[in-house]
Design a protein around this ligand. Structure first.
Ligand code: HEC
Length: 155
């Protein structure tokens, strides 16, 4: 078989394989505003933004005041963003959000505010350049991520 034809058969095979129920390719986001895709992307960004902060707080990377303040600024900019992407009709697969997000909206909002408050305290410590205040503030931030996940996200 000529290489071009072989490729065509291969492509056809892939298309057929994914027409079968067992095909586990990326699930299409069916929401008109793709809110699940958007909030997941923001949470991933939050995760990435937290990484260099954690490395400094754990003394695995050197503390450089300006650079560190930049990392925290990025985390703070993200801290208000995912929440609008949990609208009333935003609970659909494959979300990992628990139903409590929608059944207990006041508590979910309180968890967001608690998170934004601890990020703001971290930002203050980073602005002040005070590593001894930064370290516990980073712990508070990661605990806040975890406590919201415990209540509102399936493991
Ligand atoms: C107020 C609640 C809340 C806070 C605070 C919070 N999260 Fe989440 N997070 C969620 C919920 C709910 C989901 C599930 C989203 C979904 O699947 O619909 C989630 C999902 C995620 C995901 C998975 C994204 C994916 O691709 O499935 C990551 C990673 C994540 N959060 C990281 C973090 C980090 C890091 C922090 C803190 C810096 C944080 N989150 C703070 C509620 C929160």
């Amino acid at each position: 078989m000529k290489p071009a034809r072989r490729l065509r058969w291969l492509a056809l095979g892939l298309v057929l394989a994914c027409a079968l129920p067992g095909c586990v390719r990326a699930v299409k986001d069916t929401h008109p505003d793709q809110v699940l895709t958007k909030r997941k992307a923001l949470f991933k960004q939050m995760n990435r933004a937290l990484e260099p902060i954690g490395l400094v707080a754990n003394e695995r990377n050197a503390y450089k005041r300006q650079e560190f303040a930049g990392y925290v600024d990025e985390l703070q900019k993200l801290s208000g963003k995912p929440w609008v992407y949990f609208p009333a009709d935003g609970n659909y697969p494959p979300t990992r959000a628990k139903p409590a997000v929608w059944s207990a909206p006041a508590e979910f909002e309180a968890a967001q505010q608690q998170y934004q408050a601890v990020v703001a305290l971290l930002a203050q410590a980073a602005q002040a350049g005070d590593l001894e205040k930064i370290k516990p503030a980073v712990v508070d931030v990661t605990n806040s991520c975890k406590s919201c996940h415990k209540k509102f996200r399936f493991e």
